[in-house]
Design a protein around this ligand. Structure first.
Ligand SMILES: Cc1ncc(COP(=O)(O)O)c(C=O)c1O
Length: 412
């Protein structure tokens, strides 16, 4: 079975806005599915009041928010009490650094990477420095940008408290084997694991209990939804963490790690992403008694095959071009390569290449994408940075053909 791309594209009205424009900057923020826009509009038109009171509009508002939280906890296979919906992943990790770091004591160690977006790096490093504990860096191969699990093993010991890494780099595009890494961490230490999935979730919504992680976060504005971030904190670790809520809300699920308070309309609209995925599942698999997490898994196979097909010719073209340094793996054969493709043009600046592409209707960007440490350690100027083409499942073969034509022209 193949992904019905016409059906997919019909769910994203923004795709009709600019005929001929190829949106290849999805890793910065995706288009929003119609289901989310409808929920947002309904909330703002009809239930724009303080939720959770007894009058009709308020009651409906609270129910819409609860529905979103329920659907997402089912999709991630977690308990409702383990889910926090906050304004962004950067603020969620910032808050978690206060919650987790409060318990760090001299002699403790943490492991961070230089592959991560700064949102899953700087906050932990800063807190560790403040607490005077040791920071160990799991370092990428400076040629490929890839992390090697063997190196991680040498960094783990009985003093390691937490290991922070990314499910998928927003530059390198390769998914790290989270379940395997988590097993390794647990076998060699008593450390907990926190994963940034911002660059992975647009390609697959994972079963978090199967991954075995203790913390996990991603941004829904890159997963066809509103500008919110989902944060999972395993209830088995919450006892060790310092609540960041108002004192009278401490211990109240959803509040402990969200001092910003819930953004009502956006939270309610988060349900639209799952409504969209459920519709996509029914369209391809018919009526099914599979639970929501299982449906995400079914969709993964379809979406991954489609995305691999989109990414392969671009990777082929770039890896064989003499004037280009491709970052990361050159193929999608192992099914672990998202179509998030970054490269450095060798005979012109990234900016000039991006301008040429943009002038021809290819929506792409250059820079360090806040993976400043990675870009610097790959020996690339972090201001000009890399060119990044990032596709998702609503991109189509015609987009790839246009990208290849315009890349060829712009590089020559
Ligand atoms: C891999 C990765 N992690 C974290 C973030 C930060 O997410 P947010 O914008 O929700 O703070 C981003 C944003 O680009 C990202 O790409």
């Amino acid at each position: 079975m193949k992904l019905d791309i016409d059906f997919v594209r019909a769910q994203f009205s923004q795709l009709n806005d600019e005929p001929g424009f190829v949106f290849a900057s999805n890793a910065g923020g995706s288009y929003v599915c119609n289901q989310v826009n409808n929920l947002m509009e309904h909330y703002n038109r009809h239930t724009r009041v303080q939720p959770y009171s007894r009058f009709a509009s308020s009651h409906e508002a609270g129910e819409a928010m609860d529905r979103a939280k329920q659907l997402w906890s089912e999709a991630l296979n977690i308990d409702l009490s383990e889910l926090t919906i906050g304004p962004s992943t950067s603020i969620n990790t910032y808050v978690m650094a206060q919650a987790i770091g409060a318990g760090w004591k001299a002699g403790d160690e943490i492991i961070v990477t230089n592959q991560d977006h700064e949102a899953n790096s700087g906050v932990w490093r800063r807190k560790a420095e403040e607490k005077g504990i040791t920071i160990r860096q799991w370092t990428v191969d400076p040629e490929t940008g890839l992390l090697d699990i063997v190196q991680l093993q040498t960094l783990l010991n009985e003093k390691t408290r937490w290991v922070f890494f990314t499910h998928c780099s927003n530059i390198v595009g390769t998914a790290n084997p989270v379940a395997e890494i988590t097993r390794l961490v647990k076998a060699n230490s008593s450390a907990k694991v926190f994963v940034d999935a911002v660059a992975y979730a647009p390609h697959h919504i994972s079963d978090l209990k199967a991954l075995g992680v203790d913390g996990y976060a991603f941004s829904l504005y890159k997963v066809f939804g509103p500008h919110q971030s989902l944060l999972y904190v395993n209830r088995e670790v919450t006892g060790d963490l310092a609540s960041q809520a108002h004192y009278f809300n401490a211990g109240n699920p959803g509040y402990d790690y969200n001092p910003a308070g819930p953004q009502h309309a956006q939270v309610a609209a988060c349900a639209g992403v799952i409504d969209y995925f459920n519709l996509l599942h029914t369209h391809h698999f018919g009526d099914s008694s599979t639970d929501t997490a299982g449906k995400m898994n079914d969709l993964h196979g379809l979406i991954q095959a489609h995305e691999n097909q989109l990414g392969a010719p671009i990777l082929d073209f770039l890896s064989n071009h003499a004037d280009v340094q491709l970052i990361g793996k050159t193929n999608t054969r192992d099914n672990d390569r998202a179509p998030t493709i970054a490269f450095k043009p060798l005979r012109q600046s990234s900016e000039s290449l991006v301008h040429s592409l943009q002038d021809k209707g290819i929506g792409t960007e250059n820079g360090n994408f806040y993976a400043h440490r990675l870009i610097t350690d790959l020996g690339i100027d972090p201001v000009d940075g890399v060119v990044r083409l990032s596709l998702v499942h609503y991109n189509q073969q015609a987009d790839v053909d246009r990208i290849l034509t315009e890349l060829d022209r712009a590089l020559n």
